[in-house]
Design a protein. Structure first.
Lengths: 600, 313
């Protein structure tokens, strides 16, 4: 029973191995790791490597320049700098290790417990963690140093305690995330004890972040440690880099080299740790390899695609006309085509529905019409006309000047399409002033007017509200108001009712129809629901896999769908039981039919 | 709003009491008998015993604590054990120096970090963004005093653009004041600059993907106006870093003040810790915690102003 619940350990081992081999392929990461290991080894074997006794005073060597005998010269007390640097590495690495161990020991168990158990455990631990972070660390460290007669280990334990909140935070957030995973629930249902779950899942989940945090912590601990030593904390008999820097600092005007050596050693060691950490963090957070950057102006590799869909109007009579649109996204494995050769048009006062499942390319078609595709998407077409004018080759700025003036856009998800930081009034007024040149008072009047028009009875309250203070249906009305405020010829609506309650859906659809008739707008409405089409559309284009598989008037399509997939979509929205399996079966039938046609 | 303010101030006061009390016991336990440090190694046992009694160290620790605590809550932090001057006077003398440096560093970090953050946020694959990525890794890790030493070696010792050490009060000569705090401020600000810029860049990339940005573009707003919206949404993380950095700077300033020979609270902390002047150390702890509480309070106010949704939750 328990074996079935726990994911096989082989996976984790393999993932670990993959991460490790990916790390070794990053030159920066490998260099940083090599430098750090070098410092550790130098520290460990300092007594064997050092050519001189680090504390031996030779007055002739005082502030001596580098020589073949003393590679880095001598310090102000006449000691060999190179040997002291090697012994200093030992102190530095030891101190950082102590601080990291203490930080992990205090922070990780507390963080995992807080994230896993939540409630009072979480509150107490988080309160302590916040408290520790607001303690002035250096003051406490100096007090501890003064009191303990500069016992170095005690000092670094204290540094570790101040580092614990960092470990606490990452462990807690990882544990919280894992806690929500279904397999942890499954493990509990299966009767595993907390201890076993924690052991099996939690410590595996926090391992990578803790290693990354340790690289960071070790660097910071080295900085604090050297800073304290620079201030004179520490024992004179053990060489350390902070002491050496202090010595160099006092003679930097005359003998800058004495300061240079330990500063370079400290800088290089800390930088190596930082780069190890950041390389690892990159590898853990980005699971896929980076997408190759496309050359500017390069055309996406076109698949040879036939045009699909039909054009019902002349260029002059259409408000929007798109010919042979292709949209592709750059991925790690080359371009992925999402729209393949779509043609469509819409006349003034006409309502066109684009129907299809999610992933059929209907939204991508619409964003291409607006020229608002995401940055990694790319649209090409044989021609695109707005109001009879070819706009495909217009510079970006001119193309965007159509937005808000000739074309209005109603998005799908009302809440995520309003800026949470500004009032609704500001969001309606700003484009009216900036794009349409209205004065503040005119813009406000116009905003109030459209809000009344979309059925909002108390426009002043809504104008003063922030988006989170209104309901979803209200927000969608606001967005529709924003889209029509500039009196566009063409309104593009992306699933305008999908995110709304069923009762509100009908109202919003009715509102769109009213506005369309009042302003004599062309309306392109993207939907997955044939019910919406039946309600409001004049013509319809059915999309699947980036192609228009059928288009025509609503009456014709409902009466006699030519394609089995269309028939299935219609049936599905009539019974309200959209089963993906049924749709796929219908699609396979279409494909099979197409195949037969080709062969016969 | 008023309830929010009262709640935050109350929790700040509790934090102040807990941290200073904990420091009181820690200092007494760690330092034990401070008379050795205060009088130096040449003091006779009789002299030490006399000072011991004079400072009231022979009383039970809890009595000493209550004595200190009951005065401290009324704003009386007692007198220094070294020169018997009031603690508050000595700290008040030092605060302007440290604040000059830390505020200048914070301002520098905010302005430059904002500029770099916006520039890299608008071009997340540009050269500046790549330089920032590397710089943020290194500069975050390197301690401020290390950066200070490099700056002093380069700009003060070698190029002689700035004075290596010393502080000139603003009231004495504004230009000399600026010149004396430039290097320490830059040393403290560098790490903060890259952290703020990095946060802003990440925030920009995150916010730019959000639906409402596309909707704003679809309304015809210019990229400059859209950027303003993005910036406001992306700024909370960067502001949080700025506040954390300010708090860190207060502590990190100790070594930097020693390097630049600035008579701020950092160098006072160091000398007080060396001789075991506990009243001064406790006063310094209290001042630092007050700053931490104030900055966090201000941060909450600003975050609430930026995004009103935060204010209500």
């Amino acid at each position: 029973m328990t074996e079935a619940v726990l994911p096989p350990p082989g996976d984790a081992v393999q993932a670990q191995r993959r991460l490790w081999s990916r790390f070794l392929r990053r030159p920066l990461g490998v260099t940083a790791l090599a430098v750090f290991l070098f410092v550790v080894l130098v520290g460990l074997f300092a007594p064997l490597l050092a050519p001189h006794d680090p504390n031996l005073v030779d007055l002739g060597l005082t502030q001596a320049p580098p020589s073949s005998e003393h590679w880095m010269g001598g310090d102000s007390a006449g000691r060999d700098i190179f040997s002291r640097l090697l012994y200093g590495a030992r102190t530095t690495v030891y101190g950082a290790a102590v601080a990291c161990l203490v930080g992990v020991g205090l922070g990780v168990p507390a963080g995992v417990a807080a994230g896993y158990f939540g409630g009072i455990t979480d509150r107490i631990c988080s309160w302590i963690s916040d408290g520790v972070q607001s303690v002035p660390g250096m003051i406490v460290l100096l007090i501890v140093a003064a009191g303990t007669g500069a016992d170095f280990t005690v000092l670094m334990v204290t540094v570790g305690a101040f580092m614990a909140p960092g470990y606490y935070r990452i462990s807690r957030s990882r544990a919280l995330a894992v806690r929500k995973e279904p397999y942890v629930d499954a493990a509990r249902v299966a009767g595993l004890t907390h201890t076993r779950i924690l052991h099996a899942h939690m410590f595996r989940a926090v391992r990578a972040p803790v290693i990354i945090q340790s690289a960071l912590t070790a660097g910071i601990a080295m900085g604090m440690q050297t800073g304290l030593q620079f201030l004179g904390v520490g024992t004179a008999s053990t060489p350390d880099w902070g002491q050496m820097m202090n010595d160099g600092f006092r003679t930097m005007g005359t003998h800058p080299l004495i300061l240079l050596w330990p500063s370079v050693a400290l800088g290089v060691t800390i930088a190596a740790l930082a780069f190890m950490g950041s390389t690892l963090a990159d590898l853990v957070s980005v699971r896929t390899e980076p997408v190759p950057r496309r050359r500017r102006g390069a055309r996406p590799a076109d698949e040879t695609t036939a045009r699909t869909g039909e054009l019902a109007h002349t260029v002059e009579r259409s408000v929007l006309r798109i010919e042979n649109l292709r949209v592709a996204y750059a991925t790690a494995h080359g371009d992925k085509q999402v729209v393949r050769g779509v043609c469509l048009d819409v006349a003034p006062g006409e309502v066109l529905g684009i129907v299809g499942e999610s992933g059929s390319g209907k939204s991508q078609t619409m964003f291409s019409a607006l020229d608002l595709l995401p940055a990694d998407g790319r649209a090409t077409c044989d021609g695109i006309w707005v109001g009879g004018q070819a706009v495909g080759d217009l510079p970006r700025a001119k193309r965007h000047a159509l937005l808000g003036t000739r074309i209005g856009y109603v998005p799908q998800e009302p809440m995520s399409n309003l800026d949470p930081c500004y009032t609704i009034g500001h969001q309606l007024v700003e484009p009216l002033r900036a794009v349409h040149g209205l004065t503040k008072a005119q813009a406000r009047d116009r905003a109030r007017e459209v809000l009344l028009q979309v059925g909002i009875t108390d426009p002043d309250r809504v104008l003063a509200s922030y988006p989170h203070q209104v309901s979803g249906g209200m927000a969608q009305r606001v967005l529709i108001a924003g889209a029509v405020a500039g009196k566009p010829d063409l309104l593009v609506a992306d699933e305008p009712t999908t995110a709304l309650d069923v009762t509100v859906q009908a109202e919003v659809l009715e509102l769109l129809r009213e506005l369309q008739q009042e302003y004599r707008m062309a309306l392109v409405i993207v939907t997955h629901n044939f019910g919406v089409v039946a309600d409001i559309c004049d013509r319809v284009a059915v999309m699947k896999d980036g192609r228009i598989i059928e288009s025509g008037t609503v009456e014709r399509i409902f009466a006699a769908p030519a394609d089995p997939y269309t028939a299935e979509l219609i049936r599905a929205s009539q019974d309200d039981t959209e089963s993906r399996d049924d749709l796929d079966a219908a699609w396979n039938e279409t494909e099979a039919e197409a195949g037969r046609k080709v062969h016969t | 709003m008023i309830r929010f303010t009262i709640r935050r101030l109350l929790s700040g006061v509790v934090l102040l009491l807990v941290v200073t009390s904990a420091t009181f016991f820690l200092a007494h336990l760690a330092i034990g008998d401070p008379t050795a440090g205060l009088l130096g190694n040449n003091a006779t046992p009789d002299q030490r015993a006399a000072l011991h009694e004079q400072l009231g160290l022979d009383r039970p620790l809890i009595t000493q604590f209550w004595d200190w605590f009951s005065h401290a809550v009324r704003g009386d932090f007692g007198t220094s054990w070294r020169n018997f001057q009031p603690v508050s006077d000595q700290i008040a003398l030092r605060v302007p120096v440290t604040l000059s440096v830390v505020l200048a560093a914070t301002l520098l970090a905010a302005v430059v970090g904002l500029a770099v953050g916006i520039a890299t946020g608008l071009r997340p694959d540009g050269i500046l963004a790549r330089v920032l990525k590397v710089a943020s890794v290194v500069l975050f890790a390197l301690p401020g005093f290390w950066v200070s030493l490099v700056l002093v070696m380069t700009f003060a010792v070698r190029l002689k653009w700035f004075p290596a050490v010393g502080y000139v009060p603003l009231t004495q000569s504004p230009s000399a004041w600026l010149s004396s705090i430039t290097l320490p401020s830059v040393a403290l600000a560098l790490a903060a600059i890259v952290m703020i810029a990095e946060q802003l860049r990440n925030g920009f990339m995150e916010v730019t993907k959000q639906d409402f940005v596309r909707t704003l573009r679809a309304r015809g707003l210019s990229s400059r106006r859209v950027t303003t919206h993005v910036l406001r949404n992306a700024s909370p993380a960067a502001l949080t870093v700025l506040a954390v950095m300010f708090v860190g700077l207060l502590g990190g300033a100790i070594v930097v003040e020693i390097i630049f020979n600035l008579p701020g609270i950092g160098s006072l902390t160091q000398s007080a810790a060396q001789i075991g002047d506990i009243p001064i150390l406790l006063g310094l702890t209290a001042v630092t915690v007050v700053f931490v509480v104030l900055v966090n309070f201000l941060l909450d106010l600003v975050l609430g102003w930026i995004n009103p949704k935060v204010r209500e939750s």
